[in-house]
Design a binder for this molecule. Structure first.
Ligand code: URA
Length: 443
């Protein structure tokens, strides 16, 4: 395939045809286009954007580069959730079993930690034996049997995106909104879904901190999904502080289990319920929001969501006893409080800095091949707006050793801000809802 004229056209702000995108992506996936040409083209797209028809063609071509999941007629409607990533974002671990217990099928394909954000797969692997590398056949069978599977992207799902994403990561082209939308949706559309709900994070800890960027990404993805018969709704949620209290791997699993026991934390449960209501809506099971919420709350209160999580853990080879005894999860040897240095109000617990500290402490990867320490992390007791007295614990540090503890203390010195007066309010927890009909401001 002759690629130079295509690069020239995108460089000059013109468009490629749908056929050209399909041929290009197929050729790149089979190794017939060198990385340096694809990198030049991606940079041209990053600078000049994509027209809607080009975006659709690129998404379809990446989706069609691999296997698309197929489910039998007796499997309930399929729905998944995608988050753009954050710190303390353990929503998937609570939402997948809750939705499966409420009668929808959840073939959830999750990711690993990326930059300062945590990843569902790393968190789940802090449960001894938990397999996230099920084959697609195993995952489809498990969804048919118990209603949910939580797996990683396999080599069979959108392989062109896998290759392209690694290339973009190394060429400063990840943050192109159109490319992000095509990348995420190509994988989600391969899951054989009837509906999809997006959790688009905004605020300092998000990959796209600005509201306008988040809304644009939401609009593009909602449209891509709807055009392909996968009704998609997006909620914009706050990431100017961590979600819940626990930030790390094992400690987030423990907090997820507490949430599945209906013990909070309130912000986590609120995001879970609101996304869950949208999930029941997009697959047409319960369009009435109040009834949907009542169904989900009852599913949680009766222990059915917790039981479903136990079933999922066992089905994926994990030790199901952790669900009843979180002390079986890995524990950090050094646990120490970080205390308020003055009395006042918490004005900030900056999530990006917390996430970076957890990576440095070993809870995330600095290089792709790094092992993740499941036990380390930070438990945030006070959030923006909370009153705190000098000497009271604001965060508890869970570290592997003295170096990890020192890194946690250093990071908290920068991330935690205490001021004498009540600060301006933080971002609303859930601020916007984006559907094919437009943007609704919720707060
Ligand atoms: N996540 C993805 O899967 N793709 C992107 O491009 C960005 C985030």
């Amino acid at each position: 395939m002759i690629v130079i004229p295509l690069i020239e056209r995108k460089r000059d702000g013109k468009r490629l045809t749908e056929t050209e995108w399909h041929e290009l992506v197929a050729a790149y996936a089979r190794g017939a286009v060198p990385d340096y040409q694809m990198a030049a083209l991606m940079m041209a797209v990053r600078l000049n954007g994509l027209e809607p028809a080009e975006l659709t063609a690129l998404t379809d071509a990446m989706c069609e580069s691999g296997t698309q999941l197929r489910f039998g007629p007796d499997v309930p409607p399929r729905v998944d959730k995608h988050s753009t990533g954050g710190v303390g974002d353990k929503v998937s671990i609570v939402l997948a079993p809750l939705m499966a217990a409420a009668g929808v099928a959840v073939p959830m394909v999750s990711g690993r930690g990326l930059a300062h954000t945590g990843g569902t797969l790393d968190k789940l692997q802090s449960i001894r034996g938990f397999r996230v590398d099920l084959s697609l056949e195993e995952a489809v069978a498990q969804v048919g049997r118990i209603g949910a599977a939580l797996i990683g992207q396999t080599a069979e799902i959108a392989p062109a995106d896998r290759k392209l994403y690694a290339l973009r990561d190394a060429t400063a082209t990840v943050d192109a909104i159109a490319l992000m939308a095509a990348s995420i949706m190509s994988k989600k559309l391969a899951e054989g879904l009837n509906g999809l709900v997006l959790d688009i994070k905004r605020g300092s800890g998000a990959f796209l901190p600005d509201l306008d960027d988040g809304l644009e990404l939401a609009r593009i993805m909602v449209r891509l999904g709807a055009d392909r018969g996968c009704l998609t709704v997006a909620l914009l949620t706050a990431m100017d502080r961590p979600l819940g209290h626990a930030c790390g791997n094992a400690i987030e699993v423990a907090e997820s289990i507490a949430a599945l026991r209906n013990e909070g934390p309130a912000d986590l449960l609120e995001v879970v319920y609101r996304l869950g209501v949208e999930m029941l809506h997009v697959v047409g099971i319960e369009p009435d929001r109040q009834r949907a919420r009542a169904t989900l709350e009852a599913t949680m209160a009766t222990g059915r969501a917790l039981n479903k999580f136990r079933e999922i853990v066992a089905a994926q080879g994990g030790d199901p006893r952790v669900v009843d005894d979180v002390s079986l999860l890995p524990r950090a040897p050094v646990v120490k409080d970080y205390a308020a240095t003055r009395s006042g109000y918490v004005a900030g617990v900056e999530p990006r800095r917390l996430g970076q500290a957890i990576v440095t402490m070993g809870g995330g990867r600095q290089r792709m091949e790094d092992a993740v320490d499941p036990a380390v992390g930070l438990v945030v007791h006070r959030k923006p707006g909370d009153r705190v007295e000098r000497g009271e614990p604001v965060v508890t540090i869970h570290a592997r050793d003295a170096d990890g503890l020192a890194e946690g203390q250093r990071a908290l010195g920068e991330a935690v801000q205490i001021v004498p007066e009540m600060p301006d309010s933080a971002l609303p927890l859930i601020s916007h809802r984006v559907t094919v009909d437009g943007v609704e401001e919720l707060a």
